[in-house]
Write a protein that binds this ligand. Structure first.
Ligand SMILES: NC(=O)c1ccc[n+]([C@@H]2O[C@H](COP(=O)([O-])OP(=O)(O)OC[C@H]3O[C@@H](n4cnc5c(N)ncnc54)[C@H](OP(=O)(O)O)[C@@H]3O)[C@@H](O)[C@H]2O)c1
Length: 333
């Protein structure tokens, strides 16, 4: 299979590149001049320089490709405009370029549970529910999905919405939580229960590949078709996650301390300001605080299980053990 990958220099895209190459696919990756592409080069992936926000390099990258895995995205930005440009606009340019090809490739979009919005306790989200994103990030990912759906009559596209992704290569999500685990103390925003869905990056990669091969495609008449949540089917309470992470790190017991949501918001605002003063963008920001205030970020992978035969290979405890082994190898634990 001739495949184009976007986001190959990132966490999920890097893992997907390894899976695709292992399958024997001929992989091209769209990278920016500034991207860290050594790992892709070492895998034998063909690099095409370009930028999704300007559209540069897209036609060249798409030439002769059968499937596109669009994993690139912006998970933190300093403004709403930054999220829209990096997610919605970038995806729109990619979809338009795909449609310009004489034979448009199938397009698999790595969206997010954030595009659908939060769930209720003990009621994981299903694809049939109307999306209600609560963050700027989530709204930009939903707008990206819509930008692709606009071409549904000519472009075969599939959307996957993963929840919290973890696994080898994650340098953003898990490391700050491991720091809490080392101190034996986890914080929780708000005093009520919180639930989350998770997916190991290898499970996500398998799901993306299967979706590219035989997922139902988006339709302009049916808002639900072609969209899949992919996750470990069991939702976890925040306390269970903290326990599992501590256990994986060989620590006894995890104490979870609830702090008022206002404290979480203030910490996020301070972190955002500190980063801004250094000309950086913090992953802990007010947009993230908006998400953290919700009681459940859970989703049901039932549809992916029945239509894509999706089976999460890694329940959380096992997935964390596998991931922590990688962190140890890297000297990060
Ligand atoms: N990680 C999670 O928990 C999670 C959960 C749900 C959904 N997702 C989605 O999964 C995808 C991958 O996330 P990730 O955690 O792997 O993010 P990541 O590590 O930050 O990687 C983002 C990738 O996108 C590329 N990119 C960004 N803007 C680009 C542009 N204008 N042109 C070309 N490439 C561009 C980056 O390239 P550079 O190397 O040049 O910066 C990088 O390769 C995203 O779409 C995200 O929304 C992630």
């Amino acid at each position: 299979m001739r495949v184009l990958l976007t986001g190959g220099s990132g966490f999920v895209g890097g893992a997907l590149a390894r899976h695709l190459v292992q399958r024997g696919d001929a992989v091209k990756a769209l990278v920016r001049r500034s991207s860290r592409s050594e790992a892709l080069r070492a895998l034998g992936v063909e690099l095409v320089e370009g930028d999704l926000t300007t559209g540069e390099g897209l036609d060249r990258a798409l030439a002769g490709v059968e499937v596109v895995h669009h994993v690139a995205g912006v998970t933190k930005a300093a403004s709403e405009e930054g999220y829209q440009r990096g997610n919605a606009e970038a995806t729109r340019l990619l979809a338009e370029a795909a449609v310009r090809q004489s034979t448009p490739p199938r397009l698999v979009v790595c969206s997010s549970l954030a595009a659908a919005g939060p769930a209720r306790l003990d009621r994981p989200r299903s694809e049939a529910e109307v999306p209600r994103p609560v963050s700027l990030y989530g709204r930009s990912k939903l707008a990206a999905e819509e930008a692709v759906r606009a071409h549904a009559r000519v472009l075969q596209a599939i959307v996957l919405r993963p929840p919290f992704v973890y696994g080898p290569g994650d340098e953003v999500n898990l490391p700050p939580l491991m720091a809490m685990a080392r101190h034996g103390l986890f914080l929780k925003s708000g005093f009520g229960p919180k639930q989350f869905s998770f997916i190991h990056v290898d499970d996500l990669c398998e799901a993306l590949i299967t979706a590219g091969a035989r997922g139902e495609t988006l339709s302009s008449d049916d808002p639900v078709r072609g969209i899949y949540f992919v996750a470990d089917p069991r939702p976890y309470a925040w306390e269970e996650f903290c326990q599992a992470l501590s256990h994986g790190l060989g620590r006894q017991g995890a104490r979870v301390v609830s702090v008022p949501e206002a404290v979480g918001w203030l910490a996020a605002a301070c972190s955002e300001l500190a980063a801004r003063l250094q000309g950086k963008v913090s992953i802990l920001n007010r947009d993230k605080a908006r998400e953290m205030a919700e009681e459940a970020w859970t989703c049901s992978p039932e549809r992916a299980m029945s239509e894509l035969d999706f089976r999460a290979r890694y329940p959380l405890e096992e997935g964390l053990a596998h991931t922590i082994a990688w962190y140890r190898q890297q000297g990060m634990v």
